[in-house]
Write a new protein. Structure first.
Length: 705
């Protein structure tokens, strides 16, 4: 199965999204997710269904929507076709119509003038709502446009008939202002919705814009280098590029020459520039503030870190809670149910209560106008766009709805020590060779550790990079234990923790690492680590949030206790293999919802097991893949904010969904009982969306910690 992403323009409510979803599912697509607020649509297809994709796109087009690639920006729209223009146009005619209610004896009360004022508004409504309403009816999938057009048409047509047939006392039959106000108020709500959705989705748009830039590609010939400007989308892995001060990094790569200070704020949320030199990596989208470098491209297009982040955020925004899935199912049958409710309202008032036809009609119109399927569809995506946008702007990547829900329940958090609470850059404090052959000890340690990405391995490889090389026939990393291999001469060599050397002859205890050859210890290495500057403050913040911290590490008891005292943690689980680490975490999870923060290969099982797995951006690839939440600035300082933002985003989603259900559950019966005019009903419907927008926007500025 292959996952595809497209963007669909023209959807106006949750019912529209339901129609698109049904069309794709009928064509064979699976796991379809449609976000009508942004138009982002993802689904999975097999090879057979992928071949039918053009026909599926055509079917969606017949519904009245436009399909475009997910990464293609929307085409500019002429102002005369925008919602704002239509709103201003309709408002110019609707306001005079409403004024006659304040001055009933003025010339504005003339039925002919009211007809002339309402006609342009009604025609604008036909253009805006009529075409999509007709298409939805032809496909037997009535949407919200049907409700709006039905209410406006009923009021306008009845007024026209009253003016024509009852010229002497036509004022008793005139509801031109109701028809015009329905159209104008719905357009006002739709315009506000468009504006806020555009603002709340700006974080992704900013990241997408970072993917497009100019690259200065280096071409080599016999005499000299030649620099040419090309679009970064044309770069290929292995290309060499020049990046000067002020330029944007065009792709992921490794510096081969030069040094620079780099601003990675859009990726990490950290405004302080970082120093980069030869051998360091650069991430596409970052900006060089000073210096100049040459870089070898290591990833382009969809393989870059930035593209990966954009895709993860999009997927997360399209995920549904159980409550939102219920709202989607309700939305699918919402419009037919409202039409039946309106018909029942008319019949009950006219046939059972015996009220005049005009009153029964207005009560029915109020029912069609006040119903709001948009609220149920907007509840989740609006809160997600604001919450995820704020998180992304602060260098926090949250992978979907499950982590958000977990953030509301976390009561304890387990930290790995090396590379998480500490800087991950230990130094060699002391070492000794039991055979007085220190050069051989260094050579064997270097030959093994240069094949590992663990912070301890990088430390030794960097410290002893000048040691004589030893040719290795094979090297294997043992998760949480060390590295083992065979020399070209056939010797079995090992470097790692004492636990992996149980069958070895006696050796001096208490050291960080041991080097063994053919099962016998030939030397030891002691390391010392520096605790992260922000670690103690982060631990204190977590305690204030009611979250109990603990250390869950594969290192020895002594170093773990030392770090625990320095950062203020009382609970320590030391000497944990990956299997024991996972088992210990399960025990913790039985007592309270638990998060795990780790960065190494040995942390991957625990990260996958925890209620919430959290990793840093400079962690091993497998740790990053297993984490539910990623801190992009490679530090812990935003961990409390990440947990608080996740919690408040999920709470906002629940508030929005509660309001959406309650609004419709109360508003439709109130309208059916004749307590609202069509104009008030239209205003209420528009205000329901405005309430959701305002409640979601609070997340952008709300103090969460």
């Amino acid at each position: 199965m292959k996952t595809l992403s497209i963007r669909i323009y023209g959807m106006t409510c949750a019912t529209c999204a339901s129609h698109v979803k049904k069309t794709l599912e009928k064509g064979g697509a699976e796991d379809v997710s449609v976000n009508f607020a942004t138009g982002d649509t993802t689904f999975r297809v097999d090879e057979k269904t992928e071949k039918k994709l053009p026909r599926l796109v055509e079917e969606i087009g017949k519904l009245g929507y436009t399909v475009a690639p997910a990464d293609l920006p929307a085409a500019p729209v002429a102002f005369c076709k925008t919602t704002l223009f239509r709103l201003l146009f309709c408002a110019c005619f609707t306001l005079p119509l409403l004024l006659h209610m304040a001055w009933p004896d003025s010339a504005l009360a003339d039925p002919r003038l009211q007809f002339l004022l309402s006609l342009p508004v009604y025609l604008a409504g036909l253009v805006t709502f009529g075409r999509p309403a007709l298409r939805s009816l032809l496909h037997r999938m009535p949407d919200m446009n049907v409700l709006i057009l039905l209410g406006a048409t009923a009021a306008w047509a009845y007024s026209l008939a009253g003016m024509t047939l009852h010229a002497g006392h036509a004022h008793r039959y005139l509801f031109f202002e109701s028809s015009a106000s329905i159209i104008t108020l719905v357009l006002a709500g739709r315009y506000i919705e468009e504006r806020v959705v555009k603002k709340t989705s700006s974080s992704i748009a900013d990241l997408v814009r970072l993917q497009k830039t100019t690259a200065w590609k280096i071409l080599f010939n016999r005499r000299a280098e030649k620099i040419v400007a090309i679009d970064n989308s044309l770069l290929q892995v292995g290309d060499r590029v020049l990046i000067n001060a002020g330029d944007q990094v065009p792709a992921d790569g490794c510096i081969t020459w030069g040094e620079a200070t780099v601003n990675e704020a859009m990726l990490t949320g950290e405004s302080e520039p970082v120093y980069r030199r030869r051998g360091d990596t650069l991430t596409g989208g970052a900006h060089l503030e000073s210096g100049a470098v040459k870089m070898r491209v290591t990833a382009v297009g969809r393989d870059t870190a930035l593209a990966h982040i954009v895709e993860l955020v999009r997927r997360a925004q399209n995920e549904k809670t159980g409550m939102q899935q219920l709202a989607d199912r309700v939305s699918a049958v919402f419009v037919p149910a409202v039409l039946l409710a309106a018909l029942a309202t008319f019949c009950a008032w006219r046939l059972l209560a015996g009220v005049p036809f005009v009153d029964a009609l207005m009560y029915a119109v109020s029912v069609t106008v006040i119903a709001c399927p948009c609220a149920m569809g907007l509840a989740t995506p609006l809160a997600l766009m604001v919450g995820m946008g704020r998180a992304a702007g602060n260098g926090i990547l949250i992978r979907g709805m499950r982590p958000l829900e977990a953030c509301t329940r976390i009561r304890q958090i387990a930290f790995d020590k090396t590379g998480t609470l500490t800087t991950g850059e230990p130094t060699v404090a002391a070492f000794a060779s039991l055979e007085n052959r220190e050069d051989e000890l260094k050579s064997l340690a270097l030959a093994l550790e240069k094949h590992s990405s663990h912070p301890v391995a990088r430390c030794i490889a960097t410290s002893w990079e000048g040691a004589a090389p030893v040719e290795m026939a094979g090297v294997t990393e043992l998760r949480g234990k060390g590295v083992t291999g065979f020399t070209a001469g056939g010797d079995a060599v090992f470097i790692g923790a004492a636990d992996a050397l149980k069958d070895a002859p006696p050796f001096p205890p208490g050291h960080s690492l041991y080097v063994a050859r053919n099962g016998e210890v030939i030397g030891w290495i002691d390391l010392q680590e520096k605790v992260r500057l922000e670690a103690r403050e982060v631990v204190e913040q977590l305690k204030r949030l009611g979250i109990r911290p603990a250390i869950l590490s594969g290192d020895r008891e002594g170093p773990c206790r030392t770090v625990a005292r320095e950062v203020g943690i009382e609970t320590v689980f030391a000497g944990q293999t990956p299997e024991r680490k996972q088992a210990t975490l399960k025990e913790m999870m039985r007592t309270a919802p638990t998060a795990m923060v780790g960065d190494g290969i040995n942390d991957a099982p625990a990260l996958a097991t925890a209620h919430l797995g959290i990793s840093l951006s400079d962690a091993s690839r497998i740790a990053v893949q297993q984490a539910d939440m990623l801190l992009l600035d490679a530090s812990l300082k935003r961990l409390p904010l990440a947990l608080a933002l996740g919690k408040h985003t999920f709470v906002t989603i629940r508030e929005n969904l509660f309001w959406a259900f309650i609004y419709n559950a109360i508003a439709i019966p109130v309208a059916a009982f004749g307590l609202l005019t069509p104009t008030v009903a239209a205003a209420s419907m528009a205000l329901s969306n405005v309430f959701l927008l305002a409640n979601s926007m609070r997340l952008k500025f709300k103090k969460v910690i």
